[in-house]
Ligand binder design. Structure first.
Ligand code: DON
Length: 304
């Protein structure tokens, strides 16, 4: 049996030379204040073993990782009707690009670029009365602990989110957003500002390696087919224009965020979450990406 504790501890040491080589996301002022020399890693196996190393209990801003949770809720609520307004193809453009939306008449390429996540948020606002609360409660129930929004980050996003405001208005101009732009973006900015640790994320995402059954109460979050589809989308679209590089170097469905977190899934085996705030050129955590690569090398666990 693999000794995950010692493997994760070794990875936490091996990534240290990367500190100082990346760049913290500073386009959201509240994120720019996070100290850079931090690294955490945590995993949870499908049968409930947990292991962690480094700053695995330190909460950070999950940012775009939240798009997995809102997509999950929207799949629960709408089933296949969700795909009437969102595609399933990688975009090959930056996560906040407006270019494809014009050509594709306000139907975003996939749910993990910002435009796609804004459409998902709109669908949720239409279906769930107190949507922010519903999202927070959903994530809290998945990891068995109260999860909170970092209101300072949410405010900071709203104050500087000019591109997201443009994206939402653009989608609305095609008649593809049902609710007021402000209401949809308020949800989007808050979901990005959920604050969670690696341990909490590895636990919360456990349903992705358990055919849709949650970690703690074994509750059905999604059915098997829906779960496979989220993993497929994570592999092809979860790390923006670096999805090809992720598949090549790591080979695990993954979702990253500009807060420096990455969640990766090995179906039927485990979920692993890494966090280190400095980002590399593709906007993904530099040490986090290397850590996942080392994890796959050391354990030989990958979907390929
Ligand atoms: O929309 C934004 O700019 C951020 N709140 C979320 C971006 C994000 O994490 C994209 N990531 N890799």
């Amino acid at each position: 049996m693999l000794n995950f504790d010692s493997i994760l501890a070794a990875i936490a040491v091996e990534i240290r030379p990367l500190f100082g080589q990346g760049k913290i996301a500073d386009y959201i002022p509240a994120l720019a204040r996070v100290p850079n020399e931090q690294f955490g890693i945590a995993l949870r196996t499908a049968d409930g073993r947990e292991a962690y190393a480094g700053d695995a209990h330190t909460p950070f801003s999950i940012q775009s990782i939240s798009k997995v949770f809102t997509l999950t809720l929207a799949m629960q609520e709408l089933g296949d009707r969700l795909w009437e307004r969102i595609g399933r193809e990688p975009s090959g453009d930056p996560f906040n690009s407006l270019i494809q939306l014009e050509h594709e008449q306000g139907v975003p390429r996939n749910p993990f670029i910002n435009a796609g996540a804004i459409v998902v948020a709109d669908r949720l606002v239409s279906r769930l009365p107190d949507t922010q609360r519903a999202v927070r409660q959903f994530v809290s129930s998945l990891c068995g602990e109260e999860i909170a929004f970092d209101e300072e980050v949410a405010r900071s996003e709203a104050e500087t989110g000019f591109r997201n405001i443009a994206l939402a208005n653009f989608i609305k101009s095609f008649g593809k957003l049902d609710n007021p732009v402000e209401q949809v973006l308020d949800l989007y900015f808050h979901q990005c500002a959920l604050s969670m640790s690696c341990v909490q994320l590895a636990r919360a995402c456990a349903y992705l390696c358990r055919d849709g059954a949650s970690a703690l109460r074994d509750q059905r979050v999604l059915n098997e087919r829906q779960t496979r589809r989220i993993n497929a989308l994570m592999l092809t679209c979860g790390t923006y224009d670096a999805a090809g590089e992720f598949a090549f170097r790591i080979g695990l469905p993954s979702k990253s965020g500009v807060g420096g977190g990455i969640v990766a899934v090995l179906p039927d085996r485990l979920t692993v979450c890494v966090w280190s705030p400095e980002l590399g050129p593709s906007g993904n955590s530099l040490a986090g990406m290397r850590a996942l690569e080392l994890f796959v090398e050391k354990t030989k666990l990958s979907v390929f």
